[in-house]
Design a protein around this ligand. Structure first.
Ligand SMILES: [Zn+2]
Length: 431
């Protein structure tokens, strides 16, 4: 471990930068990531780090900063946008950057402006320390992750493919966890994620007077279709990744030992586990009708389906249509479909992470993980670039509710730890 860094000073600096970053409202929609990019650019310019900005649409910018050679690049990836807030449920200003009792509060403290600052500080500290690099290091701050990346990494893949040239990507996707009394610590590395299939079901029918029922009622067609979908049993199965995850969590003291049968049974009571052992379908919106005595003309619903990485979206859609079994229900796909892909849980990155966490946090464990949501890592994995979800902080599992929720926060201690871990991982990979 490099002791010439004043970690207290670096932690104070990171706290101030993060507080300032949180005050920049990049709620997406509309995003306004250009303001965040201006903020990051100011810091990089002051530190003398070369960077480039690419505007994907008015007000929507992406930034890449580089250090060292251009070969075998390690990319520190982060997104600058955040999901919107419901202010009435917050106990403080979600864009105030306020510190209370050792925690920094605000939208983006976990997802993922803190990681952005941790990555930025890693780059800045390596530059200040004049660490000679044998491989390239890139810091990529992308727009629009929360709305599907059309103005962020997907846009870059098309218009600035050189920005995505990389040997290894470190991104969001999995958090480290700590038990309340310090009884256990586990860092997680996400190697794969579920793929989304978002569909809209629409039925049009014959409107009419509610007093004269007829069989062409669109709302009734839709309800019957949704009932069939709700009763469609999604088979749960143990995958090698989830087997390794559960074994590691047991070793870390986070889960009782479970064989496959036990885990599949436990999934019935644990939605988070269930989501990682099978495809899932959430009914998310239903819309129809204008008045109690009018048979409506159109009825709509949306389903948020998430597939295990080895399931083909087209095959799933064909099955969904067969289950609905009603020509009157049209099924429209709302997102870009893609196959799942993964990165290996071995090799240099995982070895270095294991070394560093063992040295820095006594008794810390490492677990591979499957992300239930999707991240920009998918775009790299599909191009054959290993990408890992690794937020190197030890979060209280209760605080995970703040992600896309209310009173989102990170402890100052975690910000410091995350910075120390990532700095050391990147130094060992690149120096
Ligand atoms: Zn995120």
């Amino acid at each position: 471990m490099n002791d010439s860094i004043d970690w207290d000073g670096a932690a104070r600096e990171a706290t101030e930068l993060l507080a300032e970053y949180l005050r920049i409202d990049t709620s997406n929609p509309p995003g306004n990531e250009a303001i965040a990019v201006d903020f990051l650019a100011r810091i990089l310019a002051k530190e003398g780090v070369a960077f480039e900005v690419a505007e994907s649409a008015p007000g929507r910018s992406n930034l890449i900063a580089r250090l060292g050679p251009t070969e075998r690049v390690v990319t520190l990836l982060n997104h600058t946008d955040v999901v919107p807030v419901e202010r009435q449920y917050w106990d403080m200003d979600p864009f105030g950057g306020e510190v209370r009792d050792g925690f920094l509060y605000g939208r983006g403290t976990l997802d993922m402006k803190s990681m952005g600052i941790i990555e930025l500080m890693t780059l800045v500290l390596l530059k200040r320390q004049r660490v000679p690099l044998r491989r390239g290091l890139a810091f990529l701050a992308a727009a629009d992750e929360e709305a599907g990346s059309d103005f962020g990494v997907s846009w870059l893949a098309e218009h600035r493919p050189d920005w995505l040239t990389s040997d290894l990507v470190i991104n969001e996707g999995a958090y480290g966890l700590s038990q309340k009394d310090g009884a256990g610590y586990v860092f997680q590395v996400a190697v794969s994620e579920k793929s989304p299939v978002w569909v809209e079901l629409t039925v049009t029918g014959r409107p009419g007077h509610g007093s004269v029922p007829h069989p062409d009622n669109c709302a009734e067609h839709l309800v019957r279709a949704l009932t069939r979908v709700a009763n469609w049993n999604q088979e749960l199965r143990m995958t090698p990744l989830m087997r390794a995850h559960l074994d590691a969590m047991t070793k870390a003291g986070f889960a009782p030992a479970m064989d496959d049968t036990g885990a599949l049974r436990a999934a019935g009571r644990a939605p988070g586990l269930r989501a990682r052992l099978g495809n899932s379908i959430s009914l998310t919106t239903v819309e129809t009708g204008i008045k109690v005595n009018v048979i409506p003309a159109v009825a709509r619903a949306t389903l948020d389906c998430r597939l295990l990485p080895d399931v083909r979206p087209e095959a799933f859609l064909a099955e969904l249509k067969a289950v609905i079994d009603d020509d009157r229900v049209s099924v429209r796909v709302l997102n870009r479909l893609y196959e799942g892909a993964g990165s290996p849980f071995d090799g240099e990155f995982v070895r270095v992470v294991r070394e560093v966490i063992t040295e820095l946090v006594e008794g810390a464990h490492l677990a591979p993980e499957l992300t239930t949501g999707f991240t920009d890592s998918r775009i790299y994995r599909l191009r054959g670039v290993p990408a890992y979800g690794f937020m190197p902080c030890l979060v209280d599992p209760e605080d995970l509710a703040g992600i896309h929720g209310h009173n989102e926060r990170i402890s100052l201690e975690n910000l410091r730890l995350g910075m120390q871990v990532l700095y050391e991982v990147v130094r060992r990979l690149c120096a």
